[in-house]
Design a protein around this ligand. Sequence first.
Ligand code: FAD
Length: 189
Amino acid sequence: TNSNTDPPSTHTTTTKLPPGVVLGKDGKPCRSCSSKASFTAWAQQAKSSLRSSAGSATGFTAAAMAAAASTSSSSAQPSANDCPADVETLGRSTWTLLHSIAATYPKAPSPAEQSDLKTFMGLFSKLYPCWVCAEDFQAYMAKEKIRVGSRDDFGLWLCQAHNAVNTKLGKDTFDCSKWEERWRTGWKD
Ligand code: FAD
């Protein structure tokens, strides 16, 4: 890993994380598991801790300064929006990719295409950068076997999987009879 951009490798027990910051399995704040607001609050906290204590007493390493600086809206940044993905940006982009794969999946896929999609989704569920999301999605896939027999099978399975996440997050569910309109044909006038 690059110590210039990684979040701090150590925390003292006296450093309280802002609400909503999810730790990675390595014990560091996980950006792709946390909202932008939470992660930015943590970065600002880390930065002010460093300023007030010159770094050592807080337990944050020099890497914290670099990580915190990298999330600030300093004018040295090319754009305040050019940041690593938080849990929502990552999620939105990922759902776009997955539903778009469903939209272009064949109506009558060959055995090889079905096998490719199953393999892709299995690996995807293991590699998804937000580990808490990934573990829940793996559990969902273990319970609700993926359906890859046709475009409609996969599109509906994916819509239901997305709805399970919506429900977990307290969001409205999507009407799955409209998944193709949303992701393939466009809305009817
Ligand atoms: P999104 O949920 O990202 O949806 C994008 C668009 O898809 C919506 O605007 C809507 O038009 C359409 N849509 C919504 N529901 C459906 C559906 N059922 N079928 C088809 N289209 C639909 N975030 C967490 O905080 N915790 C988690 O555990 C978590 N797990 C995730 C697991 C996976 C596999 C993925 C891909 C993302 C996960 N996320 C998680 C991110 C979360 O699902 C959202 O992407 C994020 O909160 C942003 O939500 P949003 O409201 O912008 O819309």
